[in-house]
Design a binder for this molecule. Sequence first.
Ligand SMILES: NC(=O)C1=CN([C@@H]2O[C@H](COP(=O)(O)OP(=O)(O)OC[C@H]3O[C@@H](n4cnc5c(N)ncnc54)[C@H](O)[C@@H]3O)[C@@H](O)[C@H]2O)[C@@H](O)CC1
Ligand SMILES: Nc1ncnc2c1ncn2[C@@H]1O[C@H](COP(=O)(O)OP(=O)(O)O)[C@@H](O)[C@H]1O
Ligand SMILES: [K+]
Length: 519
Amino acid sequence: MSYNYRLNVVNSEQMRRIEGAIFASGMPVAALMEKAALLTAQQFKKSYSLADFPKIGVIVGPGHNGGDALVIARELHLAGYQVSLFCPIAKLKDLTAQQANYVKHLGLIFQKTLESLEDCQLIIDGLFGFGLERTLSGEIAELVDKINSWQKPIISIDIASGIHTDTGEVLGTAIKATHTFCLGLWKRAFFQDLALPYLGKVELIDIGISPLDLETILQDSPPILRVNPDLIRPYLPLPRPLLTHKYQQGHLLIICGSRRYAGGAILAGLGARGSGVGMLSIAVPAALKSLLISHLPEALIIDCPETATGAIAELPLELNNYHVLACGPGLTIENPAIIEQVLDSDKPIILDADALNILAQLGIEKLSSRQNKTILTPHWGEFKRLFPNLSGSQDRINITQKASQQSGAIVLLKGARTIIASPEGKMYIIPESTSALARGGSGDVLTGLIGGFLTQMPDNPPEATALAAYLHAQAGILAAKERTELGVDGVTLANYLFAALKDSIPPAPLDKGGRGDQN
Ligand SMILES: NC(=O)C1=CN([C@@H]2O[C@H](COP(=O)(O)OP(=O)(O)OC[C@H]3O[C@@H](n4cnc5c(N)ncnc54)[C@H](O)[C@@H]3O)[C@@H](O)[C@H]2O)[C@@H](O)CC1
Ligand SMILES: Nc1ncnc2c1ncn2[C@@H]1O[C@H](COP(=O)(O)OP(=O)(O)O)[C@@H](O)[C@H]1O
Ligand SMILES: [K+]
């Protein structure tokens, strides 16, 4: 396991311990504050020029978040910005009080009322950082609501004040930042759906936290990793071996579709296509066979006997002949026997959509007798049905981890920020996505894609799941860039998977079985 400030996501307690280790090794507290704030001021100036934002208001809190704000205020003042300060809490921590004295000496003015900042073009929020411990109430809550009501750009230092650093919850009320500079390490809140509307654009300020300090503190708990191309590249099923054939590149069976929901089967198949899987079989109700062939000519379409309403009645198949089974899109909940048969197989399985709804009826304990990996891919509604005991909490990182431990399955909780947890304690977070994907059918594409990668990466199921979720989100982002957020239907999304894959890997060298060998 390697540690890296871009990759590891921490909670406030870990952040505090990492800072503590840095200070204990000799770095003065004031020096780290100076460094963090100077780097933030530099980044700030790149986005918010003096010409466009000559007048800046800075809200100064009582702790070191307020200290950072004062250093930034000082630098902006020295760079020519007209800076007004407002400090709503009189008692300041020592270092913050020292910074306050120095900016007063430089001639910066602490205004008596918040209203004095109303004519500023932009507000910097240095009220609270990861030290926030209580719900905002009274005058402080009123102050935050007032600032939000101005509808100005608000730049938060470290985190939007009022947001819980770990759970992302709004503690009473919170600053609605348009841009947040996260200092040093990514905190959990940056990947909690609840917090996203309060953080705006997010940017990490590298303050030089060493892998050694990270390892010292983080080695005792399971890592939470932000997926990026560097992380996934070693797991990609590329380059393909020179001598291989289609069955060696994995055989995926997708069990899906009904007369009522035929499209889900097509989209899951297109998602699998995007993984490059060697062989793809798709079991559907007989009536859907010709439709599926017309969309996926490369797949083997298996026509199954149907119920009176057009769901799969039985699976006339030896499931253990396939490397991986993906099951759920468009199934309906009519026939739980299909899911029982899938659960009884010895192969890795992915359950999505109605397969999850049936599993919720059968009970999650059904998974305990499985001999191979299970991957569950619920959205929030499905999650609540599967894990009602966890659904009271909105801390999606925590409950995904618990759901995985409880079920023994890899759990992928879908959302604006998708979270993946494995029962061995691995956690992956998809750091960016687009609400273009909030559209019927996007999830079906993901099911097929996970299945396709898992067949090709049988030894790394959590990584296959994370890889699929990452490329799925990237494909959405690329498609939305070209076609707007309204232009990303499921088929389009599937068509962008290759572009997302290509963006994540360096071009294949020509001499790997290509023209180079013939020289
Ligand atoms: N220690 C350092 O030198 C560094 C600190 N940094 C900054 O320091 C911040 C953490 O600093 P602190 O630990 O001082 O904490 P904060 O500045 O986040 O806030 C803690 C202060 O707020 C008060 N407080 C908490 N909740 C309150 C509430 N609901 N109502 C009223 N007052 C409340 C506390 O009593 C305490 O005085 C980080 O977020 C970051 O901005 C970073 O710049 C890195 C370097
Ligand atoms: N607001 C959003 N931002 C980013 N991604 C989203 C958002 N809403 C949904 N998604 C993604 O879209 C997909 C939707 O899947 P799902 O709800 O199963 O839809 P369906 O079953 O109709 O295909 C998931 O991958 C989810 O993470
Ligand atoms: K803040």
